[in-house]
Design a binder for this molecule. Sequence first.
Ligand code: 4NP
Length: 147
Amino acid sequence: MARVLFVCLGNICRSPMAEGILRGRAVSHGWSIDSAGTAGHHVGEGADPRTERTLARHGQSFSHAARRVTLDDFTRFDHIVAMDQANLADLRRLCPATSQHKLALALEPLGGGDVPDPYYGEMDGFEHIHTLLTDAIDAWIPAWSSS
Ligand code: 4NP
């Protein structure tokens, strides 16, 4: 029963997208899955309407309220998955030494790189990150299943 936290900047676009995708995977039933942001600008808001629309199109809708990463998260989760290098750098600063090994980049199994922030773009950017995150999450699942 893996415990996976996805982290982006605002917790309204990329990390809720990843959360919805993993929640929709049959193998993850019973897992603890959540998402959070490194910044607090959107705390309490639902996911961006474009993330909601994309998840709905894939039958992966869920109820979301944006929140910020807390110190507790570093003990409550086994895998803390950052969307880009900036998120990862912020997490590295916040994270206690004993939990640093839990931090990872979402696209690591695809060879690394950042999940592009779609916030200032158009709808196609959201469909693009859905595809990227689906490929990455499906590649992560065997590792998360055995931990
Ligand atoms: P996210 O996207 O980090 O994928 O949720 C963003 C959402 C909001 C902002 C930036 C990125 N913002 O600057 O408000």
